[in-house]
Structures are given as structure tokens and as C-alpha cells.
Design a protein around this ligand. Structure first.
Ligand code: SAH
Length: 211
């Protein structure tokens, strides 16, 4: 058995115990090799439920957070997903493993390049670009779901505008220290229904409609 198979299964059970119920999300986390998204020195910690450094002052999100955000996207087969904040590429890989068409934007060129190479090597086929994700990615809009993986000061209007009617946006909003998770559903052309969940900590979303 591969040395990470057992800890990966244990992580899935830990996430289930912490309240994640989506079998599609849990199954995807059960297949994506999180150790590959970390420096080899950190690989042995890949299946701890914790955020870890990935360079450029950024972090790979805690697995619970990835699972929570992905579950809140309420994805259906065939849904198109936009991610803001590719970082290591791990969240992106989870979305690809669930069978979705994925677009993802990262503002740091070295992270973008590294994620591009790694995701290709692992056989995932998202479309990535380097740029300011607070403005979304209009060329491929609308999306059924958008997930932002860095903490925002406000919900960028540009992201809501790139959702389908019925589309979901999951985004941490708050100050630079802590954020609450906001889930918005675009219910009409210029109207969104919003729910808020507590207690998350992300690196800052930096950009035109960010910090
Ligand atoms: N989803 C990532 C989490 C990375 S941390 C993972 O699974 O590893 C959040 C990332 O958002 C960082 O890499 C940071 O550089 C990026 N980011 C911050 N502001 C951004 C912006 N305006 N546009 C795109 N990426 C941004």
C-alpha cells in the first residue's frame, strides 16, 4: 500500500466526523494526493487537518476548509466552477476530481506556474491564468459556482455578475485577521440571497476589489 493511502483515508474520516456530509466531496479528497501540493519537507504533514506554507507568504488551505467551501458550492454534474486563488492547486484538483470543468486564477506568477505543471502532471485539466481574480474571469462566464480561497474585505460585484441565475458564490469576508464564510446565491439579475457561517482564517485577497 502507498505510504499516504492510510493517512488520506483517515483524513476523510476526520472530515466526516467534523461534519462534512457530501460523499462527492469526501470521495474527491480521498483521491487527491495532497502531499504532492507541498514541499517534500512538509509532505509527511500533508494529511494533518491544517493549513501549511506553500511559498510567497501563502498557504494551502486546511482540508476542512476546502471540504466546507466545496460542499457549500452545492455542485451538480456538469457545473462550471471558477476558483479565485489557485495557490498550490489543491482545491482546484479536488474540483477536477469531482468531474467539474474548472477555471482558476492566481495573482502570483510562480505559484500559477507551479500549479499549472503539477496539475498537468497529475492528469487534471483545469484552465489556469495569472491575474487579479477579484475581477473574475469574464471570458468564460457565466459559472455555476465561484469559490474564493483568500479573505476579502467585501463581496466583489464582478464575481456575482459572472454567476448564472441560481449560481453560488462562496467567499470568506472580514478583516485581515478573521473572516466569516459567505454563501451567496444569485436569485435574479441584480439580486442575491446570502447566508453567513463563522470562524475562518485566510490569507488576504489582494486586488482591485480586494485589499
Ligand atoms: N486554493 C489554494 C489556497 C491558496 S491561498 C490552495 O488550495 O492551495 C490563497 C491564494 O489566493 C494565494 O495563493 C494568493 O496569492 C491568492 N490570491 C490573493 N489575492 C488574489 C487575487 N486577487 N487574484 C487571484 N489570486 C489571489
Amino acid at each position: 500500500m502507498h505510504r499516504f493511502t492510510r493517512p488520506r483515508k483517515a483524513l476523510v474520516e476526520e472530515l466526516r466526523a467534523k461534519g462534512i456530509t457530501s460523499e462527492a466531496v469526501l470521495a474527491a479528497i480521498g483521491t487527491v494526493p495532497r502531499e504532492r501540493f507541498l514541499d517534500s519537507a512538509l509532505a509527511q504533514r500533508a494529511y494533518e487537518d491544517t493549513a501549511l506554507p506553500i511559498g510567497m507568504g501563502q498557504t494551502i488551505s486546511q482540508p476542512y476548509t476546502v471540504a466546507f467551501q466545496t460542499e457549500k458550492l452545492d455542485l451538480k454534474p456538469g457545473d462550471k466552477v471558477l476558483e479565485i486563488g489557485t495557490g498550490s492547486g489543491y482545491q482546484c484538483a479536488v474540483l477536477c476530481a469531482m468531474g467539474h470543468a474548472v477555471w482558476s486564477v492566481e495573482r502570483h506568477d510562480p505559484l500559477y506556474r507551479k500549479a499549472q505543471d503539477l496539475l498537468r502532471a497529475l492528469g487534471y485539466r483545469p484552465q489556469l491564468k495569472c491575474g487579479d481574480g477579484t475581477q473574475g474571469w469574464s471570458a468564460y462566464a457565466p459559472y455555476d459556482a465561484i469559490v474564493v480561497t483568500a479573505g476579502a474585505p467585501v463581496v466583489p460585484d464582478a464575481l456575482l455578475a459572472q454567476l448564472t441565475l441560481g449560481g453560488r458564490l462562496v467567499i470568506p469576508v472580514g478583516d485581515t485577521e478573521t473572516q466569516r464564510m459567505h454563501r451567496l446565491v444569485r436569485v435574479a439579475e441584480a439580486e442575491a440571497r446570502e447566508e453567513v457561517f463563522d470562524g475562518f482564517k485566510f490569507v488576504p485577497l489582494v486586488g482591485k476589489h480586494g485589499w
